[in-house]
Design a protein around this ligand. Structure first.
Ligand code: G3P
Length: 220
């Protein structure tokens, strides 16, 4: 399963990329607003840091404008993935950009029928938002299970399931169990994945015992 980070914070992206744990980045208009920076500048900077796909979202709602925006974004770098909303205009834009060899992430997916349509439009990725479904009392991960099952029924479907709106490590474990292709995770959740109190406790005990030996590994 690939790990993308869901942020437009360049410092966070750089730190995670340095760890060698990053396969891509997703941004959205809200994350760009949160960064307080120029959209094109941030996207270009992220694309220089990360080799994998970097999602940048269009903000027009009509096909012609969406297409123009998508092309403009794709021109920024070879690894830009144009993000379009799951609307009829978004799907039409997806089809046109995909046919031109541009990666497309169809976002704001909340149902299996929508995911079928994204695949039909030739999306590189479909982004079902699990956390936002959980927030309204629905089962976000059940949607992932349904989409993975549907896509697996057809060899012709190449669209990757990109689990978005991830809120906690449990979402990521479930996504891996279900065979989702990608998870996009906020930086704090990504870091939380390695935490376990028994790891901290065990490490403290090992180091305390080691100190008693008076030895060092590097001082020989
Ligand atoms: O980038 C799309 C998605 O991951 C947003 O997540 O937490 O705003 O529901 P959230």
């Amino acid at each position: 399963m690939k790990f993308f980070v869901d942020t437009a914070d360049v410092k966070e992206i750089r730190d995670l990329a340095d760890l060698g744990l990053l396969d891509g980045v997703t941004t959205n208009p809200s994350l760009i607003a949160k960064s307080g920076r120029d959209f094109f500048e941030v996207v270009k900077e992220i694309c220089d840091i990360v080799e994998g796909p970097v999602s940048a979202e269009v903000t027009a709602t009509e096909y012609d404008k969406m297409l123009e925006e998508g092309r403009r974004l794709a021109d920024l770098a070879g690894n830009v993935t144009v993000k379009v909303p799951l609307t009829l205009a978004g799907l039409k834009t997806c089809r046109t950009l995909s046919q031109a060899g541009i990666m497309v992430n169809v976002t704001l997916c909340f149902s299996a029928p929508q995911a079928i349509m994204a695949a039909k439009a030739g999306a590189t990725f479909v982004s079902p938002f699990v956390g936002r479904l959980d927030d309204i009392g629905q089962d976000g991960m059940q949607l992932i299970s349904d989409i993975v099952q549907i896509y697996n029924n057809y060899d012709a479907i190449r669209t990757e399931v990109l689990v978005a709106s991830v809120r906690h490590p449990g979402h990521i474990v479930d996504a891996a169990k279900m065979g989702a292709d990608v998870v996009t995770v906020p930086p704090n959740v990504l870091k939380a994945l390695v935490h376990h109190p028994l790891t901290d406790k065990g490490l403290a005990a090992f180091l305390a015992d080691w100190q008693k030996t008076g030895q060092t590994i590097l001082g020989r």
